[in-house]
Design a protein around this ligand. Sequence first.
Ligand code: HEC
Length: 439
Amino acid sequence: MRSPLQLISSLIFGIFILNSCGKGGGTPATDPCRGVTVTVTSSITNPSAPGQSNGSLVASATGGTGFSFSLNGGAFQSSGSFNNLASGSYTVTAKSSTGCSGTGNFTLTANNPCAGLTITVNGTFTNPTGPGTNNGTISASASGSSGFTFSIDGNAYQSSGNFTGLGGGLHMVTAKDLNGCTGTANFTLVAPDPCAGVNIVVTGTVTNPTSASSANGAISTSATGSTGFTFSLNSGAYQPSGNFTGLPAGNYTVTAKDANGCFNSANFSLVAPNPCSGVTVQVTNAITGVTPCQLPANGSITATPSGGTSPYTFSLNTGGYQPSNIFNGLVAGSYVVNAKDVNGCIGSGNAVINSLPAGPLFNAVKALLQAECVSCHNAALQNGGMDWTVDCNIVTFKDRIKIRAVDGTPSSMPPTGLLPLSERQKITNWITAGGRYTD
Ligand code: HEC
């Protein structure tokens, strides 16, 4: 009989076996691998170079006997040697005769065939014979390894280190050995400058256009210092002749280029004759003075130009030019009138606009008001809002003056009774004449 404790212990042991062996049902059995550790070790031979599959593993195992070996889950074999391996990670599984197994992970890394290798490229070169001429050469060789092929400027590899048809500039030659190990060298080919020491001088004469609007000027140039010249005006197309015609006034650059493309240039100016030289435009002004006490202002200038060529335009002070020679609506003051003729020749004349003096009819009315009315109509005492000591008040309110002092409506002014007819007639005469300050 087992004690209850022993029974529980047996059940736990049986459950452990089930989990360990993965066997379902059946009678609990002793696991032969329990407590057994299979350890896999291996010697490693790396591939001799990247891309090579000549590495190998020689695996052995401890923790049992009668081992067979499997690589990466493949078939088991009695030998632990695996050959023809490329770089990579491998898992070797060793299984003993009792079925107990263990694994080992191993990494094969290709040897770097270029480590410690220094490939040196040497060579000679010949420069191209001129700019743009691709006839330079490089003859390169390499040392430090063997089986070289050569590439220039990143182009395809070739067996020879000789390169032809090269232009001026920096060229890089790369030498590569059988294992892909490389070395480089730079060669700078310099095309000789055909313009060194060449001193081209451009000279010429100009014919000015006959007027500012005429395109009939010309530049006649030639060049010295080399041969085979062609000529260009203002960076235009090159032509064999150094003569350029049909030109308006302006600044020009003529460039002369020789057969080798060496060039120099010179500047020329074509100047149109000044149409105003010897021309003096004068302006005389007829002036209408300003009538005081009325708006808008009515000063006026009428300009008369002479000395230039019609038609003229006119400007007042710094204003814009206009076709009319008359300026209206001006206040009193000093003005400058400018006249510009058809060729742009300008002259000017001064004009002073004064205020016109008081007229005799106005003066008569003014005197009347001073005598008869200002005692009740002045700055301090403005009966009815009226102050007859101010001249322009007389002009502005002339109609009121007439109604009160001539017509007597609704009541007479002065309030004591209408003035004598001869006095009232002065008011009537002035208003009939226009009622202005100047009448
Ligand atoms: C003694 C004082 C006195 C004298 C002198 C006098 N005025 Fe007057 N005036 C008045 C008073 C007061 C009023 C306001 C009452 C009215 O409008 O009748 C007036 C008003 C006026 C008005 C404004 C009324 C309106 O119709 O708009 C006018 C114009 C006027 N006077 C013109 C004159 C003239 C012109 C004279 C001189 C010829 C004159 N007055 C002399 C006292 C006087």
